[in-house]
Design a protein around this ligand. Structure first.
Ligand code: ZN
Length: 177
């Protein structure tokens, strides 16, 4: 069990595509456990392996992400699931995620255009094949995390002007360090 360091833009591992996992061995299982813990510690509702410097196609997500803000669910215990080699095989509709953020993109949030509903194919930690459809916030989380596996950040999906402003801000901060 370990809390991993979450890397932030412009770290290189965030910007390159990740490779498929073909063997879910003990190292991969340990990585998934650590990613789950790291996500809850942050806290976040999703985390992809490249965010902890591992360019493999693995993500974890909070299974209660969509109901957590509800007062009656405040005692829900942390529970996450992992998806290995996830792919979006169908998508439809269109929504704007309000104030989308990312543990790897510091001090910035933006509205991002996303599909309203997606169908995801993946395998779980036991190597079992999964196929499921989600919509709304859960669909946004899937698109955001799967983007990470392709080296894409949500700031790649906003206007060029907004992106340029964010990059300028990061450059300035790095200079001040
Ligand atoms: Zn992210």
């Amino acid at each position: 069990m370990a809390i991993l360091k979450v890397l932030t833009y412009p770290e290189k591992s965030l910007l390159k595509p990740s490779v498929k996992v073909d063997n879910i061995n003990d190292d991969i299982k340990q990585l998934i456990q650590d990613m789950g813990e790291t996500m809850f510690e942050a806290p976040g509702v999703g985390l992809a392996a490249p965010q902890v410097g591992v360019n493999k196609r693995i993500l974890v997500y909070d299974v209660n992400a969509t109901v957590k803000d509800d007062e009656k669910n405040k005692d829900l215990k942390n529970e996450f699931k992992a998806l290995i080699n996830p792919e979006i095989i169908d998508a439809s509709g269109s929504i704007v995620s309000k104030e989308e953020g990312c543990l790897s993109v510091l001090d910035y949030k933006a509205d991002v255009k996303r599909y309203e509903k997606v169908t995801v194919k993946a395998v779980n930690i036991d190597g079992k094949k999964l196929e499921f459809s989600v919509e709304g916030i859960s669909a946004v989380i899937m698109q955001h995390e799967i983007d990470h596996l392709d080296g894409i950040l949500f700031i790649d999906r906003i206007s060029a002007l907004k992106r340029a402003m964010y990059k300028k801000k990061v450059k300035k901060r790095l200079k001040e360090l």
